[in-house]
Design a binder for this molecule. Structure first.
Ligand SMILES: Cc1cc2nc3c(=O)[nH]c(=O)nc-3n(C[C@H](O)[C@H](O)[C@H](O)COP(=O)(O)OP(=O)(O)OC[C@H]3O[C@@H](n4cnc5c(N)ncnc54)[C@H](O)[C@@H]3O)c2cc1C
Length: 407
């Protein structure tokens, strides 16, 4: 149907995560006269995905995680359509085609389709009793499977895997974490930091197998065992895969929208095609991907403003890493010399000051280059986190950092 003379085609947002919601809200704010349509594959209205873990507690109400009550959307004239999947995009016609065959015209388009948990192609990965952890449905399915489970294997030792393993363990389930790389949190911690953190995890009775890969899952009608590549067999009434995420890109096939590992956009969140923007986990901004909530929210806002005629840019700021799980805390700030961090000065060697308490499993390390504080690793005691973060931003000297009592 062609648009009538008085009602412009809508700003269409694909994906009801935090990026899509922020885009819809910003587009509405900037262009009150243009219809805004927010399409989400999920049946639940946008929610705090990063708080899903709270639902491991069987008494928690999923509705408590909603970002806004239902009437919020209607009040703002945001047309939220749930259980609505975009199957393809036709940029030449400025239309998207939905899974049911219906097509919708748009004036501008924001792609915010986010991520899906990666399920490695190992035999048995689709057996009953195998779970992932990205959507509300994932968590509700996992929650019902907790009753009666006595053993579990969590594949992946990143943020999701660690928190998942901790929650399972708290429910009396014997858990083993299987992590492919040789140590936990290799991008956030140095070798010594990983050792302290792993000791803490093990002190809670959680098994840790680093440098280990899954060969297959066995069990017949449902999963019972995980076989590792070295031949070891771990009992598993349930298996949680937290082995990374993949961007939701399938519906863009044939659209001509440029995709690298993710949708390629510039700092204004523009794709290669006019009127098409992308934000959040599904996008890489000038080749960079954060994969975190605050970045998705900020990008969604800029994409929404620009889709409504604005001319904004996202500022990239490397966020410090903070983890509060396993009855300890971990923080990683600035350049720490790990493979994933960019040294403040790539040509200069790191110097460091550190302290440790083996009994309390506390480890702290401050990193310096040219006598200036550039990063830190904290395990077990993150009380100085904010001050160190500010010190790194301010370029504090070594003497100032030590005098400030950061160790
Ligand atoms: C349990 C958990 C804990 C986390 N903890 C943290 C944390 O502590 N800190 C942090 O910074 N980040 C955390 N994250 C990561 C953070 O939640 C993500 O970075 C963020 O949700 C990305 O937002 P997004 O909107 O880009 O994508 P998503 O949240 O993935 O949302 C994308 C939405 O688009 C929908 N969609 C996909 N394809 C289509 C389609 N074709 N048509 C219609 N809709 C579609 C999806 O169903 C989904 O609803 C956590 C994630 C999880 C799962």
């Amino acid at each position: 149907m062609p648009a009538s003379a008085s009602v412009p085609d809508p700003i269409l947002v694909v994906g009801g995560g935090i990026a899509g919601l922020s885009a819809a809200e910003a587009a509405r704010e900037r262009s009150p006269g243009t219809p805004v349509v927010l399409l989400s594959k999920e049946s639940a209205p946008p929610y705090f995905r990063l708080r899903l873990i709270e639902l491991f507690d069987g008494t928690s109400d999923p509705a408590a995680l909603r970002l806004h009550p239902s009437e919020w959307y209607a009040e703002r004239g945001i047309d939220l359509r749930l259980s609505t999947t975009v199957a393809s995009v036709l940029p030449a016609e400025r239309r998207v085609v939905l899974a049911g065959g219906e097509s919708l015209a748009y004036s501008t388009l924001v792609l915010a389709s986010g991520s899906t948990s990666f399920l490695p192609p190992v035999e048995g990965a689709r057996l009953p009793g195998v779970f992932t952890l990205w959507t509300l449905d994932d968590v509700l399915a996992l929650r019902t499977a907790l009753t009666g489970a006595r053993s579990a294997v969590v594949v992946g030792g990143g943020l999701l895997g660690l928190e998942g393993a901790y929650q399972l363990s708290r429910r009396g389930i014997a858990v083993t974490i299987v992590e492919m790389v040789p140590r936990l949190l290799p991008n956030q911690l140095d070798l010594e930091g990983s050792r302290f953190f792993e000791a803490k995890v093990k002190s809670l009775g959680i098994g840790v197998r680093t440098g280990a890969g899954v060969a297959c899952l066995e069990g017949g009608d449902r999963v019972r065992r995980v076989v590792l590549q070295d031949g070891d067999v771990l009992p598993a009434d349930l298996v949680l895969f937290a082995a990374g995420v993949r961007p939701n890109l399938g519906f863009l096939e044939g659209s001509g929208i440029a995709v690298g590992k993710r949708i390629s956009v510039d700092a204004a969140l523009r794709t290669n095609l006019p009127g098409v923007f992308a934000a959040g986990d599904v996008a890489e901004v000038d080749g960079r991907w954060d994969g975190v909530w605050p970045a998705a929210k900020a990008q969604g806002r800029v994409a929404g403003l620009n889709a409504a005629g604005g001319d904004e840019r996202v500022a990239h700021e490397a966020a410090p890493y903070f983890l509060n799980t396993m009855e300890t805390r971990v923080a990683s700030i600035g350049s720490i010399g790990a493979a994933s961090t960019v040294p403040a000065d790539p040509g200069a060697a790191f110097e460091y000051e550190s302290c440790r308490d083996e009994e309390k499993l506390v480890y702290k390390k401050l990193m310096f280059q040219h006598g200036t504080l550039v990063g830190a690793v904290l395990v077990g005691d993150t009380s100085a986190f904010q001050k160190i973060n500010a010190g790194v931003k301010a370029g504090m000297t070594r003497a100032q950092a030590l005098e400030a009592g950061f160790l």
